[in-house]
Ligand binder design. Structure first.
Ligand code: SF4
Length: 241
């Protein structure tokens, strides 16, 4: 039976994956087979500490209730994470995107651990979310797979996204409101503020429209986000229309 080390980004993403694997085996190269699964926690991107604690507790609860072996490396690298994203992310820099660095950081630790501890395959629950960049995750995982000589298995669980959210609620797991890093927490706050403001103006844009507004804003402002400024700019723009 193959030994799988699965990086787990959060319990709500993992719940449908692990329930499916325990029941039906894991899809490896198009064939379902029973596997020896270990869940691996390493998410130093999560901010702040209290949020990390809540997500980690949910992971422990799920693994405990479903008898899943787990490995936990609980590090909070907010300072380093922010410094690197400020200094090494951008055009002509080491990483093009913030999430690229974030995927690299988490997956590299997973491959490293898998190599040192004799696992056959590495996978990640990140690819359950339709909001993550699957192409980039797979590209990074393939590079790391070559570097560490451990196979990577892409598990596309996007079709279970909404059902998975429901399942996580039923199982009483903590449901986070943003992806994880400080930037995503600010963006989520920004989205809320912006939709609140637009609602007051009787405009009801979809989440996608709000995300696009924020993305455009970031492009025009060298990637920096200032909640008050964006709302004020939007106010000005909309009164000029
Ligand atoms: S948005 Fe999510 S994947 Fe991207 S850097 Fe932040 S925590 Fe990582």
């Amino acid at each position: 039976m193959k030994k799988i080390l699965m990086h787990v980004c959060c319990a709500p993403c993992f719940v449908m994956i692990e329930e499916d694997i325990q029941k039906n085996g894991m899809n490896i190269n198009g064939k379902r087979e029973q596997v020896d699964l270990t869940a691996f926690w390493y998410n130093p991107n999560i901010h702040p500490q209290e949020e990390n604690k809540l997500r980690l507790e949910a992971f422990k609860k799920l693994c405990g209730e479903d008898n899943i072996k787990s490995v936990i490396i609980d590090e909070c690298e907010m300072k380093e994470f922010t410094n690197i994203t400020q200094n090494e992310v951008g055009t002509n820099k080491r990483y093009k995107l913030r999430c690229e660095y974030c995927y690299y950081l988490r997956l590299e630790k997973t491959f490293e651990y898998a190599k040192e501890n004799g696992y056959d395959i590495v996978s990640t629950s990140l690819t359950r979310s339709p909001y993550q960049n699957h192409e980039l995750i797979n590209k990074i995982a393939q590079i790391l797979s070559k570097k560490y000589g451990v196979e990577y298995s892409y598990q596309d669980y996007r079709h279970t996204y909404f059902e998975g959210q429901q399942r996580a609620r039923e199982r009483g797991l903590y449901m986070q409101k943003y992806c994880g890093c400080i930037f995503s927490s600010v963006e989520s706050l920004l989205q809320k503020k912006l939709s609140k403001y637009l609602k007051r103006m009787n405009i009801k844009p979809s989440t996608k429209v709000i995300q696009d507004i924020i993305e455009d804003y970031k492009k025009e402002n060298n990637g920096t986000v200032n909640i008050e400024k964006i709302v004020n700019d939007y106010k000005e723009k909309s009164t000029n229309i």
